[in-house]
Design a protein around this ligand. Structure first.
Ligand code: FES
Ligand SMILES: [Fe+2]
Length: 444
């Protein structure tokens, strides 16, 4: 890639070609349950400073950070029955950004209706699957895809959000990078525990496919050959900025060119003995990046390991200096598709994966390697001894810093003792044990 292409693919601000592509999709920006404890939250998305709020009627809004009057910071505003009010002189806005009250002017010259002439920037917000989604592009908005796992039953869900100081694209390139799993998660995880630990099974063959909603990677590993679901189904690089792995989604949301939000949505099927299980609110927590004990980044949990890779590539990875290898064919497909999306949007067409037909947007199925287990479940004993899902029963393996209360709720849902696994072997050190191919499962 040359410098111009690197810039083209990584700039996200309004009016930039890739920024315009990203503004054609709905994406999650927060957890609904974050608004149990707060009403108003500043948020920066695609280079725009905004405020996300829940008003006293329970409606969500996403509006400009600055008040139209004299530019006060609306993230210090307070909510009303309808909308958000500026704390400086009381101008109030509804979720369409329309000014609905201008207290002094309404009092002295009500007939002038000044407020009708004032509107601030606002984007639609929808709550779905415990997430708050927005669409920052031109009307008409496409459908919000209702991915099938959002309606799976008998599951414990949680949302984990972290802010990372790097561009979103290097994170998304990780969604189509099968070989890093062997090294970053399996071998590095093992060697962090024991510097003489044996390396895990090797990748023998990888394949990449395109489908309607993204790209797929598939792998054969020494221990997981062609009959395994990692070869027959694989994992999904979900367009344009997410990774779908059956039991969880990871979105890479651009804050601006140099920062991103990682938003994880995790689903754990409860054992059959715990059915029916209906979760109340879906917890949302902030995943810490720095390990306070070492001052370095957390490095034992799967997504924390990925974070180290992404941020380590530089704030905006300089792709002109890369030397791509044979494992990077998926990365090349991803970049090529994004460049063709840029062209499509420039022609006034939809980029890849946009859904306009409401009927098609409901329970959209995605390739899911462990579908049977996630949908039908299994006995508690089977989950606990399962080569991959069994890890979840010991501790939360995706990110460091899970609040104790979330772990306890998880254990209650699973019908296991909260104390039984914490502090046992570090999560990634357990990956990649050589198993019989039919039984083996893998995480990424
Ligand atoms: S600056 Fe917001 S009401 Fe005056
Ligand atoms: Fe990873």
């Amino acid at each position: 890639m040359d410098a111009a292409q690197n810039e083209l693919l990584t700039q996200v601000g309004p009016g930039t070609p890739m920024g315009e592509v990203l503004r054609r999709y709905w994406f999650p920006v927060a957890g609904v349950s974050e608004f149990d404890a707060q009403r108003v939250k500043p948020i920066r998305l695609l280079g725009e400073n905004l405020v996300l709020y829940r008003d006293l009627s329970g409606n969500f809004g996403l509006v400009d950070r600055q008040c139209a009057h004299r530019r006060a910071d609306l993230s210090y505003g307070f909510v009303e029955k309808c909308g958000l009010r500026c704390n400086y002189h009381g101008w109030a806005y509804d979720e369409s950004g329309q000014c609905v009250e201008m207290p002094f002017e309404d009092t002295v010259v009500p007939q002038a209706k000044y407020k009708d002439k004032i509107k601030i920037k606002a984007y639609p917000v929808r709550a779905h699957a415990g997430l708050l989604w927005t669409y920052m592009g031109p009307s008409p908005a496409p459908e919000l895809p209702d991915w099938e796992p959002f309606s799976w039953e008998n599951g414990f869900r949680q949302i984990v959000i972290s802010e990372l100081p790097c561009n979103w694209l290097q994170a998304q390139e990780n969604s189509i990078d099968p070989v890093h799993f062997e090294w970053m998660h399996m071998n590095w995880g093992r060697r962090q525990e024991d510097e003489h630990a044996e390396l895990g099974p090797k990748h023998m063959e990888i394949a990449f496919d395109e489908f309607e909603y993204g790209l797929i990677y598939r792998r054969k590993r020494e221990d997981l050959m062609e009959k395994h679901s990692m070869w027959t189904v694989g994992r999904v690089c979900l367009w344009p900025n997410a990774f779908y792995l059956g039991d969880h989604f990871e979105w890479r949301i651009p804050i601006d060119d140099e920062n991103m939000l990682s938003i994880g949505w995790m689903f754990n099927r409860v054992p059959n003995e715990s059915e029916p299980y209906v979760q109340g609110s879906i917890p949302t927590w902030r995943g810490p990046i720095v390990d306070p004990e070492t001052g370095r980044w957390h490095s034992r949990h799967v997504m924390n390991q990925d974070f180290i890779a992404w941020v380590g590539q530089g704030t905006i990875a300089d792709r002109t200096k890369e030397k791509l290898g044979l494992s990077d064919r998926g990365i090349q497909m991803l970049r090529k598709q994004l460049l063709s999306d840029v062209d499509a949007v420039a022609r006034g067409e939809d980029p890849k994966g946009i859904i306009r037909d409401p009927a098609k947007a409901v329970k959209v199925e995605l390739p899911t390697a462990e579908r049977d287990l996630l949908v039908k479940g299994a006995s508690r004993a089977d989950f606990i001894t399962h080569p991959f899902f069994g890890h979840h029963m010991h501790e939360f393996l995706f990110q460091a810093g899970q609040p104790r209360a979330v772990w306890e709720d998880f254990c209650a849902a699973m019908g296991i003792e909260p104390g039984h696994g914490i502090g046992s072997a570090p999560v990634t050190a357990r990956f990649g044990v050589v198993l019989e191919p039919e039984k083996a499962e893998t995480a990424s």
